[in-house]
Design a protein around this ligand. Structure first.
Ligand code: DSN
Length: 428
């Protein structure tokens, strides 16, 4: 990055420092990953220079012959990879993607049923301080108090009582599989649209390591930078273009679902698409079409299971007792320290996780009772089950001995050895 170093040494130095942090630490935040250099080259390309409001073949700016091909390539790959009828690849990120779905299908004040943030949902699934809770009538479901699992009978009862126009399924801190077919049954029974937000598990869906929502949901949103391992960004996918609830909810509009979604992105919410981002998403989708990616997606889950087993064997309590996907939620209630303390402690030894609410948490979001960790990024570095067992034991030792400086030194050496044997971006 010689030009950057010359023009802005301060920022160049910070980027260099962040590269070192990523290379020398164990990145275990389940929503983070490491893109390929090919993705980053597309992201840092001249495509950032171009305005292209509109869609391929229908732009408000000249000079878009090449950009049209970039976006069309990305859309075509998204449709092929997920097996859907329509893809909008312009959302700037996950929250704008969900916002666009609400904008397309709902009117202000309409009822939305989503998973409560504090129980594993997302801000945009109806949190009271988010647009989704302020402009819409938001009602929520959570997990069962005993099992900490989704209880579809209870969700159905809530849906029958509240009669939502949109049901949102998908989570950011739920370590088990989501049954989209059960959600579909509920949505059909109450005449609601079903939005599946698969941001966390998109890569697992591609790898057949999680049920696909395609046969069940009306609309699917996903970010592109988590298990899918692309650049930051998002997509809205439609299994079918026809709007099955058109007659019920859109009597004055003749537009199908694809037209409603596309119009919600522009002119509804966004201006010019980020073409460098679209190109980088296209590259990551090409990577996700390979057999190697399928192996990768399954290894994420195998690694998470090995890590969960090790954490539990070494005395830590896991919400639901383990995991079926890429993430694990540790309940620290009996460990004698808070989520914020555990996050800081692990940071000190080069292990990055994030503090997180656990279901029915009595503590507050900035200092909750849990930490959330996952395996997508380490799996990209080539870590396997044996490494996970070592890491699980190491994390447990740190949490159980927060003041043991000798142990911390030893763990730093373990982290160093693991990162050296699994190099990240060795080209730099
Ligand atoms: N911020 C993301 C996560 O970490 O799960 C969700 O958008």
């Amino acid at each position: 990055m010689s030009h950057l170093a010359h023009t802005d040494p301060a920022i160049a130095e910070l980027i260099g420092a962040e590269l070192k942090r990523q290379q020398n630490g164990l990145e275990m935040i389940p929503s983070e990953n490491f893109t390929s250099l090919a993705v980053m080259e597309a992201m840092g390309s001249v495509l950032t220079n171009k305005y292209s409001e509109g869609y391929p073949g229908k732009r408000y700016y000249g000079g878009n012959q090449i950009i049209d091909q970039v976006e069309e390539t990305c859309r075509t790959r998204a449709k092929e990879l997920f097996g859907v009828a329509h893809a909008n690849v312009q959302p700037y990120s996950g929250s704008p993607a969900n916002q666009a779905v609400y904008f397309a299908l709902l009117n202000p004040g309409d009822t939305v049923l989503g998973m409560e943030l504090a129980q594993g949902g997302h801000l945009t699934h109806g949190y009271k301080l988010n647009f989704s809770g302020k402009y819409y009538h938001s009602v929520s479901y959570g997990v069962d108090r005993e099992t900490k699992l989704l209880n579809y009978d209870v969700i159905k009862e809530i849906a029958k009582k509240e009669k939502p126009k949109l049901i949102v399924c998908g989570a950011t801190a739920y370590p088990r599989k989501i049954d989209f077919s059960e959600f579909q049954k509920i949505a059909l029974e109450v005449s609601a649209y079903l939005l599946a937000d698969i941001s966390h598990i998109a890569g697992l869906v591609i790898a057949d390591a999680h049920q696909s929502p395609v046969p069940y949901a009306d609309v699917i949103t996903t970010t592109t930078h988590k298990t899918l391992r692309g650049p930051r960004g998002a997509m809205i996918l439609l299994p079918k273009v026809e709007d099955r609830l058109h007659d019920l909810y859109h009597t004055t509009s003749k537009r199908n679902l694809a037209e409603l979604i596309d119009a919600a992105i522009i002119p509804g919410l966004q201006g010019g698409p980020h073409n460098h981002q679209t190109a980088a998403i296209a590259v990551s989708l090409k990577e996700a079409m390979t057999d190697e990616f399928k192996v990768y997606g399954r290894q994420i889950v195998a690694n998470a299971k090995a890590l969960a087993e090790s954490l539990a064997q070494n005395g830590l309590e896991l919400v639901t007792g383990g995991t079926d996907n890429h993430l694990i939620l540790i309940d620290l209630t009996d460990a004698g320290l808070s989520g914020a303390e555990a996050e800081k402690l692990l940071d000190e030894v080069g292990i990055t996780v994030n503090k997180n609410m656990i279901p029915f948490d009595l503590r507050k979001p900035l200092d909750p009772s849990g930490i959330r960790l996952g395996t997508p990024a380490l799996t990209t570095r080539g870590f396997t089950e044996d490494n996970m067992r070592v890491i699980g034991k190491t994390i447990a030792e740190i949490i159980k001995n927060p003041n043991d400086e000798t142990n911390k030194k030893r763990v730093r050496r373990t982290v160093h050895a693991l990162t050296q044997t699994h190099p990240l971006y060795p080209e730099f």
